[in-house]
Design a protein around this ligand. Structure first.
Ligand code: PHE
Length: 347
């Protein structure tokens, strides 16, 4: 830098200033450097003041250089301040950020309960066989749960279902209808047949009805007071017991595998005639009962508005927990509801 060449000195002073501005950390620092360079007692002010003693050409050159560098300096100041502001905003945003992904990978997201898995698999199998899924309420009237199913009030077979009745005496609007927690999914059959008549031309009906059911029962290794059933109903022309047996066998192989087989044992249900218990063969050669089935009783068809001379059908109802027990070799069915993670995590 030479004191003899003020133009040169201005440009190097400003260049050094611009360099400091670029390296400054805050906008206050930038402004301070700016003021220091151009302030009243600055070297630039001094040089500017010396202009009046210069010859015209030098004065003109210096004036032009002062102008040029002032603009350059202002640009550098503005640019650095904008840069610092966006940096400050970035730091602020980073500090205020809520990291909602923080727990990812640390918390087990859980999985679907074995009963639900079984329910869904069963639906898949039946839908694959061409059935549709129907559901109904868990609180039922006596008529849907029993009477329409050929179980009039005094029927002795009612005691086969340990029913939980609801006390509705102080519930306005219920009237004298007896409400209960459904003891099986069979009332959904009734609802489906009635709906098919009410909303369409009646059968054919090919449905499965999965859902929660209730009995006044003490839990033991093979029973739960709250459990699940899946019920199948077919109503069409010319349906026979052979269709029932074939459907159950097809289902058995689709759900359990080709090596297992089913058998029907004569039994009694008021809503089917003839009726049978369904057993599934075990790998050890024994048989396990999974539910009941039969040809829909003519009284049931009639109660649902279908002519038993024209239509016939079959129904069967399985316990979902029991199917899970067979398929997964469970020991005690109560393990399904005690929330022991060591048990649940196996499925
Ligand atoms: N609803 C009967 C029960 O829960 C099972 C069943 C369904 C039997 C359909 C025959 C036909 O015990």
């Amino acid at each position: 830098m030479s004191a003899d060449d003020p133009t040169q000195e201005v440009s190097s002073l400003v260049a050094a200033g611009i360099e400091r501005i670029a390296g400054s950390a805050t906008s206050e620092e930038v402004r301070a450097i700016h003021a220091e360079l151009l302030g009243k007692r600055s070297r630039l002010a001094e040089l500017k003041a010396g202009m009046r003693d210069m010859d015209p050409q030098d004065r003109k050159d210096l004036g032009a250089e002062l102008n040029r560098t002032r603009i350059e300096l202002e640009r550098a100041v503005d640019a650095r301040i904008a840069e610092l502001a966006s940096e400050e905003r970035r730091v602020l945003l980073a500090a205020e950020r809520l990291d909602l992904t923080e727990f990812q990978g640390h918390v087990d997201p859980g999985h679907v309960h074995l009963v639900t898995q079984t329910w869904e698999r069963l639906e898949d199998v039946f839908v694959g066989m061409g059935f549709t899924v129907a559901t109904g309420p868990e609180v039922e009237t006596d008529w849907f749960n029993f009477e329409a199913l050929n179980l009039p009030p005094s029927h002795p077979a009612r005691s086969l279902w340990d029913t939980l009745y609801l006390d509705t005496s102080d519930l306005p609007g219920v009237g004298d209808q007896q409400l209960l927690l459904r003891t099986h999914t069979s009332p959904v059959q009734v609802r489906t047949m009635l709906r098919s008549v009410r909303e369409g031309d009646g059968p054919p009906i090919y449905v499965v009805c999965p859902g929660r059911t209730y009995r006044q029962d003490t839990a033991d290794a093979t029973h739960l007071p709250v459990f699940h059933q899946i019920e199948m109903l077919v109503v069409d022309r010319g349906i026979t017991m052979g269709d029932l047996a074939g459907t159950i066998e097809t289902f058995t192989k689709a759900y359990f595998g080709a090596e297992l087989t089913s058998r029907l044992r004569p039994s009694y249900f008021p809503f089917t005639e003839p009726s049978a218990e369904v057993d599934i063969s075990q790998p050890d050669g024994s048989w396990l009962e999974v539910g009941g089935c039969g040809m829909v009783h003519p009284n049931v068809l009639a109660a649902c508005g279908l002519d038993p001379e024209e239509w016939s059908g079959f129904a069967f109802g399985f316990g979902i927990e029991r199917l899970a027990k067979i398929r997964h070799g469970l020991g005690d069915i109560r393990d399904l509801i005690t929330n022991d993670m060591r048990f649940l995590e196996q499925f």
